[in-house]
Write a new protein. Structure first.
Length: 254
């Protein structure tokens, strides 16, 4: 089995593969205060609760955009799992070129997502990741990564409204009853929800003008299903795409 770990700014996503099958998947909140033993015990509890024998794990693949947590998770895996660890970077064999100015600046989560997008959906393709940031990632007709765009995530924008204004509340991101809000909460939900839908549609339209109308649009991330339900510009939704990318990177480099 392969244990996959994606350390994000908001969540840590975990997966367990038997061959190419994702047989277990979990999410936990990203906590920068936990020590290696605390991470290790959380992993051990998940294994035990789901009937997984750690002795059957053959390797671990880690992607992280939170450097201060990476070493702690690695140490936890070293002690509690004791199997080879592969950490994702732009220097690995990815079966694609990173045609950007500074590949070392590309987030590891975006790297594995693009590997999975190319493998699962072909190219040209655009992956939209609705996470702490909303990122647009483009694969060209040669199957290489050529860059993209980054904006604030939906939840990040909502939190900014709450913290930077005196009279706006902290809200849940969800579809409001009407696009024209009749109160503050519904007005904020409408602006965030449909504002991001319109932004996505506008960006996709611009990408297609540059690359071609056959550009396939894939969505992932926590709010992918919510946003994609309000637009027909997204072709596929895959909320666990990163796990597949980690498996593929492991197989390409082990």
């Amino acid at each position: 089995m392969l244990f996959t770990i994606d350390i994000g700014n908001t969540n840590i996503s975990l997966g367990m593969f038997k061959g190419s099958d994702l047989v277990m998947r979990w999410r936990m909140a990203t906590n920068r205060d936990l020590m290696p033993d605390e991470y290790g015990m959380q992993f051990w509890f998940l294994f035990e609760h789901n009937g997984i024998n750690p002795a059957e794990i053959e390797g671990i693949c880690i992607s992280s955009v939170v450097p201060q947590i990476t070493a702690r998770v690695q140490e936890a895996c070293d002690y509690y799992v004791k199997q080879p660890i592969l950490c994702v970077s732009n220097e690995l064999d990815l079966r694609m070129q990173l045609k950007i100015d500074r590949p070392s600046e590309l987030g590891n989560d975006r790297i594995v997502d693009m590997v999975a997008t190319k493998y699962l959906y072909g190219f040209p393709a655009c992956l939209i990741d609705f996470g702490t940031a909303t990122t647009f990632n483009l694969i060209d007709r040669a199957g290489d990564y050529i860059g993209g765009a980054i904006s604030a995530g939906v939840q990040t924008s909502a939190e900014a409204l709450f913290t930077k204004t005196a009279q706006l509340p902290n809200i849940n991101i969800q579809k409001p009853p009407h696009i024209i809000g009749k109160n503050t909460v519904h007005s904020m939900q409408s602006g965030l929800m449909y504002g991001y839908v319109s932004m996505v549609e506008g960006m996709v339209n611009r990408f297609k003008k540059e690359i071609g109308s056959d550009l396939k649009i894939i969505a992932t991330g926590g709010l992918a299903k919510l946003i994609s339900g309000e637009t027909d510009c997204i072709d596929e939704v895959n909320t666990w795409l990163t796990m597949t990318g980690l498996r593929l990177v492991w197989e390409m480099n082990r």
